[in-house]
Design a protein around this ligand. Sequence first.
Ligand code: S3P
Length: 448
Amino acid sequence: MSSHGTPIPMISHKSGPLKGTANVPGDKSISHRSLILGAMSIGETKVTGLLEGQDVLDTGRAMQAFGAEVINHGDGQWSVHGVGVGGFAEPDQVIDCGNSGTGVRLIMGAMATSPIASTFTGDASLNSRPMGRITDPLALFGAQSFGRSEGRLPLTIIGAAEPVPVHYKTPVPSAQVKSAVLLAGLNAPGQTVVIEREATRDHSERMLRGFGADLSVEKTDEGNVITLMGQPELKAQNIVVPRDPSSAAFPVCAALIVEGSDVLVPNIGLNPTRAGLFYTLQEMGADLTFENPREEGGEPVADLRAKFSPNMKGIVVPAERAASMIDEYPILSIVASFAEGVTEMPGVKELRVKESDRIDAMAKGLRASGVNVAEGDDWWSVTGLGAGGVKGGITAASELDHRIAMSYMCLGMATQQPITIDDGGPIATSFPIFLTLMAELGANIEPT
Ligand code: S3P
């Protein structure tokens, strides 16, 4: 279902073996940032391999509403004619970011230091998510916001006419918060400083530098101190979007739990702020190898090969690794269900405020499938039943959350009885080719 569509129930049957090559789509985080930074630059930014998922398309539409020209040339080739830092026009419509927390939070940051007003909304999932974490730091720049209780959408931001730079310590580990502050800092005179105690994905820092911003990162006892000099002239870039490790996680994990599988997932970015899942799987004893490791566009990249792994063991996933795999816990909980022993996942409070409460959304379906799941406010654990040991035979709610929907579809490939989800529509937000790609590997998933 797109933001406002009809539910698409789907069923996943025991499958496999999964064999072949899985070319997953472009990185969602980098795709959003390509469009937003392209819109804030002077000249034509060319993007190759853009993720054409609904979340990113919504961001592209928003950039047009703020005055940039966004053109789809077909085949993942896009261009953005930017309006420059401080050049955003006031949109004449409400900005609908659909399901995308990244889209809305980054865009709110990008417009908050221009003298324009904008109203933002989204689907039921996005409109229930906390936005105070963004509007609080934006208020320090001088932006005003008027939203629903707890700062939730729909909300209106009136950008600061005379923004002041900000010194801000992020209260939660969030790349979206960090990025919103940095994007706001672009149009504030002087130095904006963001301090984050735990390192989160650093695409904004890398890309801002690539677009010509003066940005430095210093590692200190307090954490990473990121200093951005305001009011640069950003220059249009040519961007090749790497394939998304968060999407790669699904064919990789499915191969680990489906008997006889051997799947190659080429060209996956292994930026250390994103790659935590793959190291966790290796520690669990997964047959997962990094082939042909290399550097591309300044990022470590490798081809991942995943094979059926009947002897995985539960581990304690270090809490300090959480930020580098925050989107991968739902699919990790599926792998953990087929391992021997307990997988403990501490330090994951942020999972409660994603597109859904991801601990709750996974715990419900796993318990119904016969798996023991324990949980607290900021931790959960899964007691595995070993290879082939999960019963299944349930209908799970995807709760407007693409990663929950895809995780359950992977579960069904290895359970004794099929898994149904009430709505596979949200998958299109981040991985529109999921069904075809998995079918080509040998998965048996179909709309019901
Ligand atoms: C993202 C940051 C993360 C992640 C999301 C993408 C980004 O969110 O969950 O899918 O592109 O900055 P938080 O910043 O809320 O952790």
